[in-house]
Ligand binder design. Sequence first.
Ligand SMILES: [Zn+2]
Length: 274
Amino acid sequence: MKEIRRIMVFGAHPDDPDICCGGLALKLTRAGHLVKFVSMTNGDRGHYAISGPELAARRLAEAKAARAISGIAEYQVMDHHDCELEVNVANRCEVIRLIRRFAPDVVITHRPCDYHADHRATAQLVLDASYMIRVPQFCDDTPIPEMSPIFVHPYDRFTDPRPIRPDVMIPIDDVMDEKCRIIDCHVSQIYEWLAWEKKRRIDSAQWTWEQKKAYILENWGVRNVAAADLGRARLIADLGEAGKRVRYAEAYEWSPYGCRNSGDVEELRRLLTV
Ligand SMILES: [Zn+2]
């Protein structure tokens, strides 16, 4: 019987899982595995003109559109306010219950050294849960499944205290166009808020797909180019000569948190590779 792998991605905002792990999610989903994205906040603050329920509703609709295009199993948006996610016991319990219910083989989240307080809080909540998901008297209304997920961080550009370690490399040239289409679903983020942050005003409704794709590659595809270069040795070890030609990749770092051990890197590579 075919092994169905279960992969869970926790991001702070609706668009983080897509940007960090969209390529991996597409490849695993196409191969028949189950991927769930979770946004820990509803994204109701990151905009220059709208906020509150109006913005949260747009962000939710965008996440649903991304789910529909990608075919992933689920995209859950939690109802915490943007910019206010706290590391507290209630939120820890929430994350524990989410993980126990989905029973993933792999849990992916930000590193705790991220620039954004919500990203750091998400990372801390997930890493705090990594041990406590196995404590039966804690959140005892939600049974502990037969699993011990491996915890993983996706590529980021932070260098303090150190750059991310590319333990597992996922070449994504073959799904890069689709990854761009998933990112394109997050209109209020990428064409409005993040463009405004860069002092650009974009009327994406007037753009062709080629213009949108060029903009997405210029601003987010560069991370996948940088990840491929960072993990080039690993790509070559995995793919031989073909590893030298990979342009876009996602890099993943094994986390020592959780209940498995350092031998997990090989197992992680197997679980994430199709
Ligand atoms: Zn974010």
